[in-house]
Design a protein around this ligand. Sequence first.
Ligand code: HEM
Length: 210
Amino acid sequence: MNTKKWEFTPLQIAAHLGSLIPAILIGWDISTGNFGIDPIRDFTFRTGKAALVLLLLSLACTPLNTLFKFKQVLKLRRPFGLYSFFYASVHFAIFIGLDYAFKWNLIQDALLEKRYALVGLATGLILLALTITSTIGWQRRLKKNWKKLHKLTYVAGLLAVVHYIWLVKQGVLDPWYFAAILLVLFILRLPTIKKALSSLRKRNLQRASH
Ligand code: HEM
């Protein structure tokens, strides 16, 4: 019999609840009819932003552990990644279902003509592959290659930021803030930086205990 207990730490509960907030707010606005003149655009923006923020949160977990030896946070990488995929799927569903009413020839034209849409699609496909292979079964099957495959999370982050940069008007700074965060997270993952930070943390701990 499977006796696995579903035990969640307060941090995990907070992460799940926090990740669901955008969906709850969108559901609330739909049920109360509280939306502006272009609700489809509004919901496209909100789901896209949620997918991007959660993807970056998933990428932030490992550097947070390197910096503060905060192991608990490593358990949040998968849920944040899965929630990011969830919002990206809703985002894409709004695009094909509400924006283009499932008119496949128009959708194909839009994807080929608008470079930001094509890059968005590539991001979504990477997130799909990461979601499918995120289980223990796939981890065992792919062995060392699993880690290599999941480094694609950085590529997904980069493409998502490019998608955002390409769709906003020139001079809008918002996507560049996300680009800066992604760059910092990437730098913190570089082996030399990681090693330097770990030894700095150890030295500080030793000094504090004397
Ligand atoms: C699956 C293919 C995708 C398509 C076809 C697509 C399409 C779109 C469209 C049409 C917009 C609004 C453009 C406008 O009206 O000005 C948008 C915005 C956005 N998308 Fe996507 N997208 C896709 C995937 C993604 C993914 C995977 C992410 C993130 C992981 C993402 C993040 C964003 C962001 C952050 C915005 C802008 C939100 C804002 O301005 O507040 N998109 N996307």
